[in-house]
Design a protein around this ligand. Sequence first.
Ligand SMILES: C[S@@+](CC[C@H](N)C(=O)[O-])C[C@H]1O[C@@H](n2cnc3c(N)ncnc32)[C@H](O)[C@@H]1O
Length: 196
Amino acid sequence: MSRKEYFDSYAHKWDQICHTDTEDKLKKLIRSLRLKKGSQVLDLGCGTGVLFPHILKSIGDKGRLFGSDFSPKMLMEAKRKNQNKNIILICAPAEKLPFIPESFDYVIAFASFPHFENKAKALKEISRVLKKGGKLFIAHLLGRKELKEHHRLSGSLVCRDFLPSENILNKMLYSKGFKKIVIMDNPSLYIAYGEK
Ligand SMILES: C[S@@+](CC[C@H](N)C(=O)[O-])C[C@H]1O[C@@H](n2cnc3c(N)ncnc32)[C@H](O)[C@@H]1O
């Protein structure tokens, strides 16, 4: 089974498995990012779109939200749940994004970055599609160690998916042109930030 097939197979039950009690945490997380009204945002590896209502609230009517994912079934769920003219869904791998350079003010990779097979390539693409001064947030509702354990215990295809160490991610981000890098890692929240 490929990774795409793996995520496709979870799409219809994703929210029941992963998001029965996350609503308040997601709301708080997105608020803490202080997205500006009218921004262009890419939710990278958006899955079923659990962040969409929160992002839309932050960016307002003049903002535009793109949700991208390589799993068509995740995107179908996202479409079923979220009908809003300011949301555009795109089926594409993070390693080859179908956007022109400097398209976005923000890229948010929530609970998705560890699963990208080629992280360096994905970061290069993220950097390419961010505007100058644009911001990347890699975020999780678990710390790096806790997430690694969570994936390991799943015993599934993603059991070896993990976040790079702080040192390695720092170097990766720096080499792709990110500055003002901050990595915050505690047991119930992980945010890696970089600005292009
Ligand atoms: C753990 S799920 C998280 C989904 C959503 N962000 C959430 O928190 O509910 C990871 C998502 O990343 C997507 N994904 C994994 N690898 C990808 C890749 N290389 N390119 C694009 N999407 C990918 C999967 O299809 C899946 O929807």
